[in-house]
Design a protein around this ligand. Structure first.
Ligand code: NAP
Length: 274
């Protein structure tokens, strides 16, 4: 049986991904910061463990455990992440650091831990859960988008570095998804120290509930993202990128607009919605 390690399984996409791998009869190591959040995944047949992606000792302990017990790690899913929204000026450097520690350094820690084993076996897949924000940076999402752009850049470099070892690197890029992600991001937005000048942007982000309420009106279900992740892990030659949902497919197109036109469009949205 193939073995997968999934991070951030307490809710949302991570939990759905662990269950989908299990349904397809993989050995699943579902991890989270708080093991009590994993009780039902254990009942569903997953192995569970405590893993905070900002802790190098957690990363080393869990990877060593899997290699010792299973002798292989066929797939790593770097899913754990959160959204630090807000105008760039209002986000303190400590929050930027924390965002990158989870969304960028976390996948880097895990990638470095699993790669020696994957290279030795000459196979493996690393799936990095990015976002439409990894292709397109919009106002109020600069820090989060910065972290996902970094994840995309590092994944592109890594894909070329490890291809000759038989290791695949895949980016999964969801648009809005119906998970607690949006509400958690709104909570973090609420306790930012606000400077003058961005009230209209806070209003658009908060009061129009663009991301909140579990992915907003256009959010896809976490199962759709999970199926894409598990499909990518099960094919011999996966694509580099899998946008998930209509918003994601549209958002990626926005990246190819000339900068001036994209900026004017953001201005227009800001003016119409405020
Ligand atoms: P979610 O339900 O809030 O799940 C996020 C998971 O990440 C939780 O299990 C959370 O654990 C975990 N996490 C946060 N910090 C962690 C840390 N330091 N160590 C380990 N785990 C940590 O949201 P989701 O939508 O499923 O998000 C999963 C991924 O999808 C994220 O990378 C996110 O950026 C990406 N994404 C989400 C959306 C969306 O609209 N939902 C869209 C595009 C991309 P705790 O419960 O312990 O906090």
């Amino acid at each position: 049986m193939k073995t997968v390690l999934v991070t951030g399984c307490s809710s949302g996409i991570g939990r759905a991904t662990a269950l989908e791998f299990r349904r397809r009869e993989w050995t699943v190591y579902a991890t989270a910061r708080d093991p009590y959040d994993l009780t039902d995944l254990a009942d569903a047949g997953c192995e569970t463990d405590t893993l905070d992606v900002t802790s190098q000792s957690d990363v080393d302990r869990v990877v060593d455990r899997i290699v010792e017990s299973e002798g292989r790690i066929d797939c790593l899913v770097n899913n754990a992440g959160y959204g630090q929204f807000g105008p760039i000026e209002d986000v303190p450097i400590s929050r930027v650091h924390a965002q990158f520690d989870v969304n960028v350094y976390g996948p880097h820690r895990l990638t470095r831990a699993v790669l020696p084993h994957m290279r030795e076996r000459g196979e493996g897949t690393i799936v990095n859960v990015s976002s439409t924000a990894g292709r397109l940076a919009s106002p109020m999402m600069g820090v989060y988008a910065g972290s996902k752009h970094a994840l995309e850049a590092m994944s592109d470099a890594l894909r070329a570095e490890v291809d000759s070892f038989g290791v695949d690197v895949v980016l999964v890029e969801p648009g809005p998804v119906k998970t607690p992600f949006g509400d958690r991001a709104m909570e973090m937005l609420d306790d930012l120290p606000r400077s003058d000048g961005y009230e209209d942007l806070y209003h658009i982000q908060r009061d129009t509930n663009v991301m909140g309420g579990g992915g907003g009106t256009f959010g896809v279900r976490p199962d759709a993202v999970a199926e894409t992740i598990v499909d990518a892990a099960n094919v011999a030659d996966p694509a580099a990128r899998y946008p998930v949902g209509d918003i994601a497919k549209l958002g990626v197109l926005g990246r190819y607009l000339p900068d001036r036109i994209r900026d004017r469009l953001f201005d227009l949205v800001r003016w119409v919605m405020s």
